[in-house]
Each structure stands twice: as C-alpha cells, then as structure tokens.
Write a protein that binds this ligand. Structure first.
Ligand SMILES: *Cc1c(COP(=O)(O)O)cnc(C)c1O
Length: 240
C-alpha cells in the first residue's frame, strides 16, 4: 500500500520537476540566454524528507531551507548524498553557529555583524561559506534584507572575511501578478549587482525568481531561481 503511494508521489514529483526545468528553459530561450547559465534551488521548507529524497533521486543537488530547526533533521537524514544546502531564511545571531557548520550557502546575509559572526564560526575544515547578500527592495515591514544604500559597505565587509566568499545578491520582491512589476524589482537587483561588479567585486550569482515569477527573473538575468511550490506542491504548514 505505502509503496503504491510512494510511486504515485514520486511520479507526480518527476512531472513537476520536468515542468519546472521546461519553464526555465523556455524563459531562457525567450530572453536570448543559454539555459545552462541558470540553476535551480529546490526550496524544501515545509516538506518532509521523503520529498527531498525523491527529488535527489531525480538528480537535484541544491536544496534551500528557511528554518534551522526544521532543516537540521533533513540534513542529517540525507548526509552523504553530496548535496548543497542553502540557508535562505531570516538570519539570527543564535542560529549562526549551526548555519556556519552545516550549510554550504547563505542567501540571507543582511548585516555586517552577522557576517563577522558567520566568518568566526565557519569551521576551518570546510571551504568558505558561499554568501549572497539579501537586499530589501519593498517597504513591507516583515521582510528582511539590507537597504540598497547599505549594500556597498556590507559587500566590503564580507569581501574582507576569509571564511566567507561573496557570490552575489538575493531578493524577495513584493508579490505581484503583473510581469512588468515583477521585472522592475528584479531589474533593480540586477542594477545593484552590476554596480558592485563594477566596483571590483567578483560576483556570479543573482538569486532571484520563485514559483510565481521565475520567468520575469530570468528575463532580468537571474542565475539561480528558488522554487518551492511548483516543485513540491503547496506547503502543508501554514507558515511560508
Ligand atoms: C519559500 C521561499 C521560496 C519559494 O517560494 P515558492 O513560491 O514556494 O516557490 C523562495 N525563496 C525564499 C527566500 C523563500 O522563503
């Protein structure tokens, strides 16, 4: 019985996985870009480890989690599978030790003192922690992220820390159904990215685009889309 259910679930997941890659491919072609420039981060928050296991068996290697306590048992269960773990949730000082020790990437760094803390706590036997700076482009009070005017200083701080490696920028725009509005927010992030590059930062990652708006993000230069719902279905838990 449970085997039947598992087969159905993973058929469904294989279908979703192919469909998301097809959206990425079509958006890239529409933007005149090479589809292989764009990576897929599977956002698995709210989903059980079985769902991650099934996706890994389909070939997915990068997984994003937002809540440390939820993530750690999944990291333990899938240890040894050669996965890349990305922390994409709000950063807090008391979470930095585990994040620095267990994750490969952090997309949500937004304050210099947290950069220093992650640098100090990154274990010596691991490669540097790969970092995207989260930028706040909307006025929504619940969203975290650095203000655009604070970005240059934050980037300088991270670039000067040996146990961190600055890779790029991330943003979570205000939700909109209008592709023109989605694109406008992502174009702002790309402009900030280009500005940091012309200031000498060696950046290669624009972490932008989610289930609803990955096409807009790819049109604006995304190199890594973060997709949850379109891959795994709706999140069972209420929190998003
Ligand atoms: C939840 C989440 C996503 C994925 O959102 P979906 O709409 O489910 O694709 C992407 N990025 C961040 C930072 C998230 O918290």
């Amino acid at each position: 019985m449970t085997t039947d259910l598992n087969i159905k679930t993973s058929d469904e997941q294989a279908r979703r996985y192919r469909a998301v890659w097809e959206r990425i491919r079509q958006a890239a072609v529409g933007a005149g870009r090479d589809p292989t420039e764009i990576g897929l981060l599977a956002v698995s928050k709210g989903h059980p480890v079985q769902a991650l296991d099934a996706l890994q068996r389909l070939g997915q290697r990068d997984f994003g989690e937002s809540y440390l306590q939820e993530a750690l048992p999944k990291l333990d269960a899938l240890a040894g599978r050669n996965l890349n773990w990305h922390f994409i949730g709000p950063l807090q000082a008391n979470k930095c030790r585990d994040i620095a020790a267990r994750f490969d990437w952090v997309h949500s760094l937004d304050r210099p003192h947290l950069a220093e803390r992650l640098n100090r706590l990154r274990p010596q036997h691991l490669p540097p922690l790969q970092v995207c700076l989260q930028v706040k482009l909307s006025a929504e009070p619940q969203k975290s992220g650095a203000q655009p005017e604070d970005l240059a200083l934050l980037a300088e701080t991270v670039a000067g820390l040996p146990r961190l490696r600055l890779r790029g920028l991330m943003t979570i725009p205000q939700a909109s159904r209008e592709q023109s509005e989605q694109r406008a927010a992502y174009a702002r992030l790309r402009a900030l990215f280009n500005h940091l590059r012309s200031a000498g930062h060696d950046l290669d990652t624009l972490s932008m685009g989610m289930s609803e708006d990955l096409e807009a993000a790819i049109l604006e230069g995304s190199t890594l889309v973060r997709v949850g719902t379109a891959l795994f279905g709706p999140r069972p838990a209420a929190r998003t």
